[in-house]
Design a protein around this ligand. Structure first.
Ligand code: TYD
Length: 155
């Protein structure tokens, strides 16, 4: 069973953190304004892929888990657009927990990384940018199959 190593990312910039599977916290531009802050992200500039899809998780009931899978090809960038939650990432050997709690940074998750999102605060919104359109064939939903593929260097 993989070990759990917490990576706390509060308001502190972590640049670049050692996160399993090539995951990275990426700090986005923040335009501070008395009228409210503005952040933005451009695919291929701030994150290492062209954005082909966006989806978001919202109205998540307390205690619910989302994800619990990996992707063969899809790369993602996960932002806490509102509130906070934890992303558990796992490369088949090691597991880490990354807390996202500000909307000016996010977690880049490459393909072939098992990820689960949990501990959603009330009214939180997880905004997820993806490198590909939705495809059920791209999902790896069995952890043992995923871990074996990782250990054998398959995608
Ligand atoms: P899934 O990715 O399994 O959700 P999560 O990993 O957050 O628990 O998706 C749940 C359902 O939504 C599944 O039936 C597929 C569908 N779906 C789409 O149709 N398009 C999408 O872009 C996504 C992310 C999911």
């Amino acid at each position: 069973m993989a070990t759990t190593k917490p990576v706390m990312v509060g308001t502190t910039r972590v640049d670049p953190p050692e996160i399993v599977g090539g995951c990275r916290i990426i700090t986005l531009p923040k335009i501070a304004d008395v009228r409210g802050n503005l952040s933005f992200v451009e695919g291929g500039r701030h994150i290492p892929f062209v954005i082909r899809r966006a989806y978001w998780l919202y109205d998540v009931p307390g205690g619910a888990l989302r994800g619990g899978h990996a992707y063969h090809k899809l790369e993602e960038f996960i932002i806490a657009a509102s509130g906070s939650f934890e992303v558990v990432v796992d490369d088949g050997s090691e597991r880490q927990v990354v807390q996202l709690n500000r909307s000016y940074f996010g977690l880049y998750v490459p393909s072939m990384v098992w990820r689960q999102i949990e501990n959603f605060s009330s009214n939180s919104v997880a905004l997820i940018l993806g490198s590909l359109p939705y495809s059920e064939e791209d999902y790896l939903r069995d952890y043992e199959v995923f871990a074996r593929a990782r250990h054998e260097g398959r995608k």
